[in-house]
Design a protein around this ligand. Structure first.
Ligand code: Z5A
Length: 225
């Protein structure tokens, strides 16, 4: 096997209860099995400061009262994450696997909160520049099914959900719509995975998507970042 020459950036996206936790484990194991160095990270988060911002953003007892504040918090965390974690990892040839990235801002703050797309684009250009995912795996699931799973998970672990999880179903319908629109607009970057399948079938679909992507990289079909 010819190893890919340089690091690549993969993001994993999806709505509430889509199954990102097990999907991340599957992806990490599969990339490692293909001989790649994997840096697993997440948003908001991925650096000490960005993790503190995450705590503030999701704390149900510290309500962020304005959508604008939420948007700026998530991009402040992202500015740190991109510079301190993602770019250095890519530069040394690691493959970055991020639990959410900028598509979540379009989906949650744009779709969910109704903030203008143009503002999000401007912040993306300012904080992220050209550091964009080469591949985005989108776990897609009807909102009602995702909420049912999240409800069962909360019952099982006795944990209270975070601040955003408390939003009504219509919020998550708008989130799902925007994810779908972005996937349709960029079919080269997005791989949509049917997250309603049993876990082993989802894992198979993820591994196949990763293999197709690695094959494209090895064939030189994707320029190095
Ligand atoms: N956010 C934002 O607003 N703007 C941004 O720009 C960014 C983020 C980057 C934190 O994200 C919040 O930040 C998120 C969006 C916002 N808020 N929300 N909601 P997060 O990713 O850390 O939190 P999360 O979205 O709540 O995801 P999660 O809890 O990490 O994972 P999940 O995908 O929701 O679900 P899960 O825990 O992996 O699975 C849920 C349950 O379903 C669990 O019991 C599983 O065992 C079960 N499951 C999973 N897959 C299956 C299948 N296939 N069959 C049956 N059961 C399954």
């Amino acid at each position: 096997m010819t190893e890919p020459a340089s690091g690549r950036f993969i993001s994993l996206e999806g709505g509430e209860g889509a199954g990102k936790s097990s999907a991340l484990a599957t992806c990490r194991e599969h990339l490692a099995a293909r001989g790649l160095e994997v840096v697993l990270t997440r948003e908001p988060g991925g650096t000490p400061l960005a993790e503190r911002i995450r705590e503030m953003m999701l704390d149900p007892d510290l309500p962020v009262r304005h959508a604008e504040t939420e948007l700026l918090l998530v991009f402040a965390a992202r500015a740190e994450h991109v510079r301190q974690t993602i770019r250095p990892a890519l530069a040394r040839g690691a493959w970055v696997l991020s639990d959410r990235f900028v598509d979540s801002s379009y989906a949650y703050q744009g779709g969910g909160r109704g903030l203008p797309e143009a503002i999000i684009q401007a912040l993306e250009g300012f904080t992220v520049g050209q550091t964009r995912p080469d591949l985005t795996l989108l776990l897609d699931l009807p909102v009602a099914d995702g909420m049912a799973r999240a409800g069962q998970r909360a019952q099982g672990n006795g944990c209270r959900g975070d601040r955003i999880e408390a939003e009504p179903d219509c919020f998550f319908e708008r989130v799902r719509t925007v994810f779908g629109q972005r996937a349709a607009a960029e079919p080269q970057r997005f791989q949509v995975i049917d997250a309603g399948q049993p876990l082993p079938a989802v894992a198979d679909a993820l591994r196949q998507a990763l293999d197709r992507f690695i094959d494209r990289v090895q064939a030189g079909a994707l320029a190095a970042p």
